[in-house]
Design a protein around this ligand. Sequence first.
Ligand code: CO
Length: 467
Amino acid sequence: MKKNLETQKVQFTETVLRDSNQSLIATRLPYSKFADILPTMDKAGYYSVECWGGAVFDVCLRFLDEDPWQRLRNMRKAMPNTKLQMLLRGQNLLGYKHYPDEIVKMFVEKSVENGIDIIRIFDALNDLRNIEVATTAAIKAGATVSGTLSFTQSPVHTLEAFAKQAKEMENMGVATICVKDMAGVMTPHEAYELIGAIKSEVKLPVVLHTHCTTGMAFMTYLKAIEAGVDVIDTATSCFSGGTSQPATETLNYALKQLGYETGLNDDALKEVNDYFKPIRDGYLKDGTLNPKMMATDTDALNYKVPGGMLSNLVSQLKAQNAMDKFEEVLIETPKVRADLGYPPLVTPMSQMVGVQATNNVLSGERYKNISKEVKAYCRGEYGTSPAPIDPEVMKKALGDEKPIEGRYADTLEPIFEKTKAELEGTAKNDEDVLSYILFPQVTEKYFAARKAKEEKIVKYTIEPIEE
Ligand code: CO
């Protein structure tokens, strides 16, 4: 039989250890719950396992009493044959503000040293100056960098603009281009056009990331694959759907039948899903997993506002006893976004735009109250807006003050050595210092808990000898 050399390969990134559990159960999956399935996952044939970064780091320290670096080393040891992948928010790393270049470089180096293979690097505004330092450091450290475009719809986010950015990232030396549709609003048509546009501009493999939120994802992936996408993000089926990714086994089954090569091991995939099913059921039972998160919600399509942002708006308005203003705020939100130069509605922009829209409606006068964050945004502290900010808004936010020129991170002083000295006796290594720099209060609490635990162990091991 003649071998079909034209067989298209579609590879899979499994997200259950990061985005899937972040989207469904706020990243509350402790290492102990999934440790036993890692050797099976290691045999499944995934392109990569997304398992670190995003909210994992913060939640480990804040809620799970786990050292995120130790978790990474454990996963590395348990999955020696699989590429471990993390998500990194450029100059913000895994935190919520910009860090000095020194910290960005060190954090990236340490991530690779502790076991990361692939770093997906993005910036909320698609300002490439915010991903440049992390990208260069990651390449130097030997990681595979996936240069990432934050997908959004607006008059300035054209196919040409995205393709041009992909080209610029290729020139920066990234190994793959990832299109990140964090809100799950990309339609099959848009995926087909966009992946095609990027594919004709760059020679690199292209990865697509989306969520099932609005019900588009399976169709979107299929059209993206027709346009030549190389890798898709999916979650083991019991942790798929709703705000999570589409199901791994479903896409594997359908694509194989269509003649695509996936490289996945069906038996391993089943074992992985069988393992996570009772874990999912446990979270449903104790309320950690709200069944609504697994359902389709098309509001994001009607309002052009991501699902997570809608629920934030509702809780904001409820807290101020102003739910009667909901429709008005929803109409105001895209207007604020346009005034601010169409930032993609992703953290932290989604919060900024939502709060400003609420303020504009509740105060009865647009931009009467401007938040500290929006002022910082107008000053250029987050990077360059996709389109120019409305001059009126700019004037109201900054008065006579001029926006900064150049990159905000250039104004930040090195802090590592100073912080390390401050933590002498508490931090055990440079990784500890980095955890503290990213999340000071949370890490301090974690250090205290760790110390208490260690003292208890010492006491316990000493006492029997004394008896
Ligand atoms: Co996502």
